[in-house]
Design a protein around this ligand. Structure first.
Ligand code: ZN
Length: 143
């Protein structure tokens, strides 16, 4: 597997860190108590998840609550309990990044992007390729 060299993939930023929780209502008071502001709560049917987005400087924390136990986040909670679910890198051209990762033999969960929260184009890279953390790539809908 050929590593993707930095600079080959254009501008990158930390878009968000996502934490799987059983209940947004139960998890939220801690973060609000720290002074983080809840920006929005969105249901993303395709991912089977309710997402609470918290503002923190130039990035976000997302609390993920599964809509049912048979969703990806529901299965994660059943196996591992609440905790860090994934980190997300914001990209300018997700199709270019996916094709570079594919051609370098990187283990991907999504070989083509899906539509995620806020209409962003998203795809997940397998933890085996990233040092053990599920990694999301996200291209904002307006980009
Ligand atoms: Zn995410």
């Amino acid at each position: 597997m050929k590593p993707v060299s930095p600079g080959e993939c254009g501008e990158k930023r930390l878009d968000h860190i996502a934490i799987a929780v059983h209940s947004i209502a139960e998890a939220l008071p801690f973060y609000e108590g720290l002074g983080l502001k809840k920006l929005e709560v969105e249901i993303v049917e395709e991912q089977g998840v309710k997402v609470a987005k918290l503002d923190i400087g130039n990035t976000h924390i997302e609390l993920l609550e599964p809509l049912s136990p048979d969703t990806p986040v529901g299965k994660f909670l059943a196996q591992k309990g609440p905790g860090l679910h994934h980190i997300c890198i914001g990209v300018a051209d997700i199709e270019a990044d996916l094709s570079k990762l594919k051609s370098s033999g990187t283990k991907l969960i999504n070989e083509t992007f899906k539509i995620g929260a806020g209409g962003a184009k998203i795809a997940f890279v397998h933890p085996k390729a990233t040092g053990g953390v599920l990694l999301e790539l996200s291209q904002p809908s307006e980009a």
